[in-house]
Design a protein around this ligand. Structure first.
Ligand code: ADP
Length: 455
């Protein structure tokens, strides 16, 4: 018998990937497809859930072929962009509307209403989160209010809501399983940090029917199997991308902290069994749940990081490729006074201003493209420093920062973060930590390894 392989399905914000790992964590292959971004109005971001599924299926099929057949694959691990909401019809398995993406700000007014009505403290104490459009519950409510097909399915008892891992498990199991892992569930505003399942009062506050929600499960275990690739393959690991990256970075002991620089930037510090209670506008979140026991994390979520570089490339056409930013930043001595405030989709932690918008200041005739690009990278370091201060104020001071994500390939940025935070910044040789974390969970769920530490 040859070594069992693990198939990871990584559904990111900008692309879908399927990756094949050995039990020892060696990468055997990758298939990738870009995902269409829909921006129907300023502040709105949507994905087509059918496209997400088609891309996932196509990438997975490529990896199954590379493995030499489904029988060679012992387990599937899924990791996903978090908070994004899909509404689908349980009977047909078809999406009822476009998925509302985590970056989407359309529910800012609803969040303000709830904040002015005095609900923020109670919501924060229960869920570890704040009243911000980032989280799933207000997106679900918007779909019920604004999409007739969603409201009709709800009255007919056929509505299923879920985040992306939930949608993929439903499709992979051909409708047999409707579930979500506790980590993903902890990003909805509907799961108390210390509660095993959805809270009725929170569901009532946001107007989300519990009947439409998935079952909350562990991050590793037997979640069903898929027969779409020839032979059945069990699905045994689930985790949101940031939780998976934290595990993949080996931040398994309390205090260990990682920062992922992708579309946004997300810092998570392992808090162990201690329920995180931030007083400086960080988030408390479930890092993972195994056999019903939770490990928590303190999180700082920054909405704009790599997307700022993408915007310089695609909207301003100031660069052709993201990696040009490194040489450009190095080519000048300083930022010549140029400062970029990267609030293109509001500000996340620790400011939480959905209404904030970006700014470029300090322009003079001596400012060049290189200065602007350098200032854009510096904006990422400044956001990191803001988080460092908030974590320290919450008693979770960083001693080193383990970085990953597409943007962490930029050596100039990594050094700038180290200079500004005055901390060692460590980048692993293998930067695909999100996929690795999902593979570790899948290996534990399939009992290929006895624990995350062993994995
Ligand atoms: P996600 O998983 O959120 O889709 P990735 O981790 O794949 O994102 O990172 C891609 C992001 O990183 C893009 O927004 C891109 O602009 C940025 N990026 C990639 N390489 C570099 C680089 N060398 N310097 C700066 N930014 C980069």
């Amino acid at each position: 018998m040859t070594d069992p392989l693990i198939l990871v399905l990584d559904e990111g914000t900008t692309s879908t990937r399927a990756m094949l790992f050995t039990q020892e964590g060696e990468l055997r292959g990758t298939a990738q497809r870009e995902l269409t971004q829909h921006y129907p109005q300023p502040g709105w971001v949507e994905h087509d859930a059918a496209e997400i599924w088609d891309n996932t299926f196509a990438c997975a099929r490529e990896m199954v072929a590379l493995a030499g057949g489904a029988e060679r694959i012992a387990a599937i691990g899924i990791t996903n962009q978090r908070e994004t909401v899909v509404a689908w019809d349980r009977a047909t398995g078809e999406p009822l509307a476009r998925a509302i993406v985590w970056q989407d700000r359309r529910t800012a007014d609803f969040c303000d209403e709830l904040r002015y009505a005095g609900y923020e403290d109670a919501v924060r104490d229960a869920t570890g989160l704040l009243l911000d459009p980032y989280f799933s519950a207000t997106k679900m409510r918007w779909l019920l209010d604004q999409e007739p097909a969603v409201a009709m399915a709800a009255s007919a008892g056929r509505l299923a809501f879920g985040t992306i891992e939930s949608w993929l498990v439903f499709k992979l199991t051909e409708g047999a399983a409707h579930l979500t892992d506790a980590g993903n569930a902890s990003r909805t505003l509907l799961l108390p940090l210390t509660g095993a399942t959805w809270d009725q009062e929170l569901c009532d506050l946001f107007g989300v029917p519990q009947a439409a929600l998935p079952q909350v499960v562990d991050n590793a275990g037997e979640f069903g199997s898929t027969s779409l690739f020839g032979a059945p393959i069990p699905i045994t690991g689930l985790a949101g991308d940031q939780q998976a990256a934290t595990i993949g970075q080996g931040c398994l002991a309390p205090g260990e902290t990682k920062a992922t620089y992708g579309t946004g930037a997300f810092v998570l510090a392992n808090k162990g069994r201690a329920v995180p209670r931030s007083r400086h506008r960080l988030l408390g979140t479930v890092l993972y749940q195994l056999e019903g026991e939770r490990c928590y994390a303190l999180e700082g979520s920054v909405f704009v990081a790599g997307s700022l570089i993408q915007w310089l490339r695609d909207s301003l056409q100031m660069i052709v490729r993201a990696d040009e930013t490194e040489a450009l930043a190095r080519s000048v001595e300083d930022n010549a006074g140029v400062v970029v405030v990267p609030a293109l989709s509001g500000l996340g932690a620790p400011h939480w201003r959905a209404d904030a918008r970006g700014a470029i200041t300090g322009l003079s005739f001596s400012a060049t493209r290189a200065h602007l690009v350098r200032a854009a990278l510096e904006a990422i370091s400044h956001q990191t420093q803001d988080l460092a201060a908030a974590f320290a104020a919450d008693g979770a001071e960083w001693t080193e920062l383990r970085i990953d994500g597409g943007m962490s390939a930029n050596d100039w940025l990594a050094q700038d973060i180290a200079d500004l935070t005055a901390l060692p910044v460590v980048r692993p040789d293998f930067v695909e930590t999100t996929a690795l974390g999902a593979a570790m969970l899948a290996a534990v769920g399939a009992e290929l390894h006895g624990s995350l530490e062993q994995a």
